[in-house]
Structure formats: C-alpha cells, structure tokens
Design a protein around this ligand. Structure first.
Ligand code: SF4
Length: 366
C-alpha cells in the first residue's frame, strides 16, 4: 500500500521553482518559445553556480527563502544551496534554474518586462501568494528577513495574523473575483489585498491605478468598481422612503455609507412631509475637497417640486472631521432665512464625517 509522503520544509524550493516556471510560461508571451529553445542548447548543461542578481535576491527575500539580514556572501551561499538542491532533485542545471528565476524576479532576456516579483510585485498574478512572507506581512515590509518573519508568523503575532472576520472577507472577495473558483492561493491574494488597502472599505474605494499596481487585472478591477457602485446603491435604498426622521442620527444613518468615503463634498437635500417622513432626496451640489458651493434656490427647488413640508440638508466632510466650518455656519443662516421666505421648515443641517456627525440642531447652532 502506498503511503503519501509528508510534506517537509525541503519541498519549499521545489514548489517555488515549479510556480516560477508556471508563471513565466503563462505570462511570457511569444518571446518565450525561442528563448526556451536557446536555453535548451546553452543552459541545460550549465553547471557553474551563477551569481545572485539583485532582482532574484529581492524576490527570494520577499518569499522568505533568503534572509535580508544576511550579508551578500551568506545570501550567495544560501542561493547556491537552493540551486544545488533544485538541480539534484529535478535534474535542471543550476544555470537554467537561475535563468527562470531571473525572468520571474526582474524580467530578463527580453521576456516578461518588469518580472512578476519586480519593483512593483504583481502578487495578483503570482502562484506563490499563499506562502509568501511579504504578503503575510500585509504586502508592506520587505525589509523583514525571511527567518525573522517566519518566526513571527509561527508565533502568530497579532499584527501579522488575519482576524477571523478579515479572513472571511478574504474568502468572499476571492469568491467574487474568481466567480466561485477560488482556491487557497486566491484567498491568500485577497487577504493580502485587504491588508494592503486597509480592509473592505479600502478595497472598494481604491482607484483603478492602485488596484492595477497591486496586480489586479482589468476584469477584476471592473468587478470591484461594480461592487462599489452596488454597495452605494444598496446604502441609498436601505432607509426606505416613507420612514420618519426625528433627529440628526436618522439623517446620518441614511446618508453616511454613501458619503463617508467621498473625496469631494456632496450636498444633499432630504424632502419630508408633514409627519417628517422622507418623500424624496436630491444631491444639489458637489464641491471641492474642502468646500461645496450651494445656493438656497437649489436646496428648495426639489422641496417645492415635491410639495415638501420640511427639508433637512446633509453634506460630508472628506477630512472625516464633521466639525462645521465657518462657511457651513454662514450657509445654514442663509438657508434658515430662505426657509422662512418659502414657508418650508428647515429641520436640520447634518455634517457627516468618518463614523461621526454633527447636527446643527443638536449643537444649538440653529
Ligand atoms: S506573492 Fe508577490 S511578493 Fe510574493 S513572491 Fe509573489 S509577486 Fe513576489
């Protein structure tokens, strides 16, 4: 009866080499075939131990095979050991193995510009994501040495271990991005993305350029954009029309999900009936990072159209601090005067920050 061999740490370089070849083959493009033919002639018997290039060293430190704390000579010795072991176990010459690693780590021989684990690692395309130490550290700190970081991970340092709900989010994100075909590598990549961008909110708010930089392909970026819009739509719908609004918190709950991450100020008017039930809302202005210009006429036009008995105005502060500015106070005074003129009650002016709000009524400012 055959028994399955238990995996040991000695398997790691072999897995690394297999993943590197697979990624290079998958992404190398048309230039790869002639290169592979050339390598067959020039590299297959290249038994000389090659020097460790800067790109390969960076990749192996990130992955955890080399220790960043070692001096270059010690790193070269360790590299030679890894190449020797791979050569003995798989049969490829050390020169050939090094060539694969160079293409993967930095792009070389006219193939795979920039590499997979280059200056800007494309972790989203990398088959090593599940076990990569750099990703385990949140895709941030490649100064950490392989050995030291491995020790931290083994000790489950809280800052390196994903919280259970973070892990669940990673599973869900991987499921959505891979359309249900997510394996553990996809979950690890999603976990790294969440750590790097600061959670689900960060992922949904990240710009396309940043997502591309982190290795996401166009289709995944488009899916995340669509998800962000879906969440925004959902947050608009959750406080169904017809609900009565009594205090500042009601307006905060209704608006904050869609406003808290906006990079510009947005100014909304909520229109209410005699019993303060929401009958409509409209964004009347979008401004700069720090200020939105609003004319009272724009605020009351939707209210007149909807025959509202009262309105409340709501806007966000992209800084996250809801403290009203002098401009907010001046605008509120103008709106109070205009409300008296058109005979529509101005219930409140609510400023939304990050997880907090200020109600002009509750603060005694109107
Ligand atoms: S997961 Fe990212 S950092 Fe780690 S080896 Fe792959 S590309 Fe490099």
């Amino acid at each position: 009866m055959s028994r399955r061999r238990k995996k040991t740490s000695d398997d790691a370089p072999a897995e690394l080499y297999a993943a590197v070849r697979k990624a290079v083959r998958a992404q190398g493009g048309s230039a790869l075939m002639p290169l592979l033919r050339r390598w067959k002639q020039t590299r297959s018997a290249d038994d000389a131990l090659p020097g460790l290039t800067e790109g390969v060293a960076r990749f192996l430190v990130r992955y955890g095979t080399l220790d960043a704390g070692d001096d270059p000579l010690a790193q070269q010795r360790r590299y030679a050991q890894v190449l020797g072991k791979l050569s003995r176990s798989g049969g490829d010459a050390p020169g050939l193995i090094a060539a694969w690693l160079e293409v993967f780590a930095q792009g070389a021989y006219g193939v795979l510009a920039g590499g997979v684990c280059g200056d800007m690692p494309r972790c989203g395309d990398c088959l090593l994501a599940r076990d990569c130490r750099y990703l385990a550290a949140g895709g941030r700190d490649e100064r950490l040495s392989g050995a030291a970081l491995a020790k931290d991970l083994a000790a489950q340092k809280p800052e390196l271990a994903a919280a259970p709900e973070q892990h669940r989010n990673a599973e869900l994100l991987a499921f959505l991005l891979t359309e249900g075909k997510s394996g553990s590598a996809a979950v690890a990549r999603a976990e790294a993305l969440l750590k790097t961008l600061g959670g689900v909110r960060g992922v949904l708010n990240a710009g396309a350029a940043e997502l591309h930089r982190l290795g996401l392909k166009e289709a995944s970026v488009a899916k995340l954009r669509a998800m962000a819009e879906l969440v925004e739509g959902w947050s608009t719908e959750i406080a169904e029309h017809g609900r009565a609004f009594g205090q500042g918190r009601d307006f905060y709950e209704h608006f904050h999900l869609r406003l808290r991450d906006k990079k510009k100020e947005r100014f909304y008017v909520a229109c209410l009936d005699q019993k303060n039930r929401l009958i409509g809302e409209e964004m009347v202005s979008e401004g700069s990072l720090t200020e939105v210009v609003v004319h009272p006429r724009e605020v009351f036009a939707p209210a007149v159209r909807l025959r509202a008995a009262a309105v409340a105005v709501v806007h966000n502060h992209p800084s996250g601090d809801p403290a009203p500015s002098p401009q907010d106070k001046a605008l509120t005074k103008r709106l109070v005067r205009a409300a008296e003129l058109v005979g529509i009650r101005l219930l409140d002016h609510v400023v939304i920050g990050d997880g907090d709000y200020i109600s002009f009524v509750e603060e005694g400012l109107m």
